[in-house]
Structures are given as structure tokens and as C-alpha cells.
Design a binder for this molecule. Structure first.
Ligand SMILES: [Zn+2]
Length: 88
């Protein structure tokens, strides 16, 4: 079980959350190439070690949060900031 530190609700089971992914900027669809758009949609860093992730507390406060997670141990710590709403 992974416990995630929601800034509004406290420590909660990760089953209450939806994984959104690593925060990154959305390319402008009017100026990006097909290859850049494909990379944005499908490619992930998948790095071993500490990563910053965005989660959505779907069974709680329904807010987005950022956490840092070590992908090799699943140790989680707060990222120290509130996640902005993702772009549609
Ligand atoms: Zn919450």
C-alpha cells in the first residue's frame, strides 16, 4: 500500500487517487509537428529513482497534488507545492 500526502486531507491510501503522470507542458497543437505530438502523448521518462508526479484525489477533495516518489522503493514525499489544474 502506498500512502500519498494530500495537502488538504492528510495521508491517504493511493487507491483513493488517480495517477495523472509527470507534470509537463502541453505543446501547442497549432505549431507542433506530428512527431512532437506523438512524443507528448505516448513517451514517458520512466526513470528509476525520484520523480515528480501529479495525482488527482478522486475519492477525497477532488484536487490535484504533486508528490515526489522513488520509483525503485515507492517511498513518497510531498513535492512542496500544489499542482495546478492540468490543461484540457
Ligand atoms: Zn485530498
Amino acid at each position: 500500500m502506498i500512502l500519498l500526502p494530500c495537502p488538504w486531507c492528510g495521508l491517504r491510501d493511493s487507491e483513493e487517487f488517480g495517477y495523472v503522470g509527470e507534470p509537463r507542458g502541453r505543446p501547442n497543437p497549432l505549431t507542433t509537428t506530428t512527431e512532437q505530438w506523438r512524443d507528448y502523448l505516448y513517451l514517458r521518462r520512466n526513470a528509476a529513482g525520484w520523480t515528480t508526479e501529479r495525482w488527482y484525489h478522486r475519492m477525497g477533495c477532488r484536487r490535484y497534488l504533486l508528490v515526489e516518489r522513488d520509483t525503485t522503493t515507492n517511498v513518497v514525499r510531498p513535492a512542496g507545492q500544489v499542482a495546478p489544474e492540468p490543461e484540457p
